[in-house]
Design a protein around this ligand. Structure first.
Ligand SMILES: Cc1cc2nc3c(=O)[nH]c(=O)nc-3n(C[C@H](O)[C@H](O)[C@H](O)COP(=O)(O)OP(=O)(O)OC[C@H]3O[C@@H](n4cnc5c(N)ncnc54)[C@H](O)[C@@H]3O)c2cc1C
Length: 505
């Protein structure tokens, strides 16, 4: 809060200190609210938290990229006046046969109408042209899926794999291009992903505009580079961030309002509450709360799931030349995708390290989580050596293995109807996080942050004090996509007038 911000005595309790919870807390603190952020873990950051090992090494729960459309996060970085990012980097894709794809920096190339630039400029090393061309019929779905509620309902009950099959995508294009993107973008193989989520994610990160796939990284852990200065700013604005507080229940007031949050022996009184916990965390709160269990919307969260992730960091005895700093890999494990990152290039603290420091993150790693470190490290080294053979000759001198069970949101087929919107049946309880239904169109960290701001705005609407946060919309569709979507909507309406409710959505 600045000297000019009027203090108000309305109390807001925010639960969960990831992107969503910190976003909501920051904005409400700036508006003079008496805001308390309760976090179950020992430090803020949620899935993006970073910390130091006993030996003083920096580690984090996986490396996080910041794609070009992350406008709201980039605006926050400007507001905080910090400089946490690398330049935009190129990336590549590997299979057990070696290098498959190299992506250029799309923003440096002459702009072509979307999605032509993505198809023309991406350098496929092996995938034949005929396979790439088999994606063409799928373009219709990109027009038809406009992120509306109706579009989600149309596509959510089928799997991404079924969708690609229906539209004639070749087996090889699916295996070598679409499925790897799903494993890295939605953390699950195509037969376990909602087709709606697949279309939304692919459009946002890759297809809407030529340069959307350009990505940058933090020059250290996100915890150190972004969350530490952000938390300082929140505390300067009188926001209270309390770690080691696991919320287990709520206190119901008479008129569909929650008047307090229970956290062990402590009770935090609240005029409004914002939940900013992941799916798994929310299910646990519901499991211990009679009040929440009494509402179908919260009970129904039992139908949602989350996905296991494994984050491994290796310190090697010698330098390995890794051609590009960020790399995605497919075909090594039937239902698991993985990425590896050259931290000597990305993280300031490893520039002068004599050996290579590499981060290897496995998504949908259910079957890997029970393995001991002694089994994981040789597997990781073998996989790395298939991509960059020099890894075969290195000795791993130190390692960190972080197991994240049920960590990331699973956009499973049929899950859309159970995801919660920001407003709930409690007048003063609002939801946020990367799994909440909103119409912004963003994903992952950007979506989590945006939903935090949106939940703060709902609390401001309800409590009636302060200015709302400005949420930057995603860049609008290119004109040819706008025209195609308008025509498609008109034709749909005509069809629905002629044959109402005849087809399955
Ligand atoms: C390995 C990995 C790689 C990823 N890569 C990327 C990437 O490259 N780019 C990208 O944009 N996104 C990426 N993501 C996704 C991104 O991390 C998430 O979308 C985002 O961090 C979600 O933020 P959130 O605030 O919604 O939830 P979370 O970060 O899950 O925060 C929820 C918080 O709630 C707390 N909590 C839970 N239960 C309770 C309780 N009962 N009481 C109090 N607190 C509670 C948790 O401890 C946690 O701190 C990746 C995720 C992983 C795991």
């Amino acid at each position: 809060m600045t000297a000019s911000t009027p203090k108000n005595n309305r109390r807001v309790v925010v639960v969960g200190a990831g992107w969503a919870g910190l976003g909501a807390t920051h904005h409400l603190a700036k508006q003079g609210y008496d805001v308390t952020l309760l976090e179950a873990g020992a430090y803020p950051g949620g899935l993006v938290a970073g910390w130091k090992t006993a030996g003083g090494r920096s580690v984090e729960a996986g490396i996080h990229g910041f794609w070009r459309p992350y406008g709201n996060i980039f605006a926050l970085i400007d507001e905080l006046a910090i400089n946490p990012f690398t330049p935009f980097t190129r990336s590549s894709q590997y299979s057990p046969s070696g290098l498959e794809v190299e992506s250029p920096l799309f923003q440096d190339l002459p702009p072509l109408p979307s999605p032509l630039g993505t198809f023309v400029y991406t350098q496929f090393k092996r995938l034949p042209l005929v396979d790439r061309l088999s994606a063409l019929p799928l373009l219709y779905t990109l027009i038809d899926f406009d992120n509306s509620d109706a579009a989600w309902r149309r596509y959510d009950s089928i799997t991404a794999r079924e969708l690609f099959k229906q539209f004639g995508v070749s087996a090889r294009l699916y295996r070598e291009s679409f499925e790897p993107m799903l494993l890295v973008g939605l953390f699950a193989p195509g037969e376990q992903c909602s087709a709606a989520a697949a279309l939304g994610m692919l459009y946002y990160f890759i297809l809407a505009h030529q340069s959307d796939f350009d990505v940058r990284w933090c020059r250290g852990t996100v915890g150190e580079m972004i969350f530490r200065p952000w938390v300082e700013k929140i505390e300067q604005a009188s926001g209270r961030i309390l770690p080691n507080r696991r919320v287990s229940d709520v206190i119901l007031a008479e008129d569909d309002r929650i008047s307090g949050i229970i956290c062990g022996e402590e009770v935090f009184e609240a005029d409004a509450v914002i939940f900013a916990v992941g799916v798994t965390g929310m299910k646990k709160i519901v499991a211990s709360s009679r009040t929440l269990q009494a509402r179908a919307e919260f009970r129904d969260l039992g139908n949602l799931g989350a996905i296991d992730v494994l984050a491994v960091r290796l310190w090697c005895d010698r330098k390995v030349q890794i051609p590009l700093p960020s790399n995605a890999c497919f075909g090594f494990h039937p239902t698991t995708g993985w990425t590896f990152f050259d931290l000597n290039t990305l993280h300031d603290e490893y520039w002068n390290e004599p050996g290579t420091v590499v981060e290897v993150d496995f998504y949908h790693a259910n079957q890997l989580l029970p393995l001991e470190d002694e089994a994981i490290i040789p597997m990781v080294q073998r996989d790395l050596a298939a991509c960059v053979p020099e890894f075969r000759d290195t000795q791993v001198i130190d390692h960190s293995v972080i197991r994240l069970p049920q960590a990331v949101s699973h956009f499973a087929p049929g899950s859309y109807r159970y995801l919660l919107p920001a407003a709930t049946s409690f007048k003063n309880v609002f939801m946020s996080g990367d799994w909440i239904v909103n119409r912004h169109g963003s994903w992952s960290q950007e979506k989590a942050y945006v939903t935090g701001l949106e939940a703060a705005n709902k609390a401001i609407d309800y409590l009636g004090q302060g200015s709302k946060a400005k949420v930057l919309p995603i860049q609008s569709d290119e004109p040819h996509i706008q025209v195609a979507r308008m025509l498609n909507r008109t034709l749909r309406k005509v069809g629905e007038t002629l044959l109402p409710n005849f087809w399955l959505p």
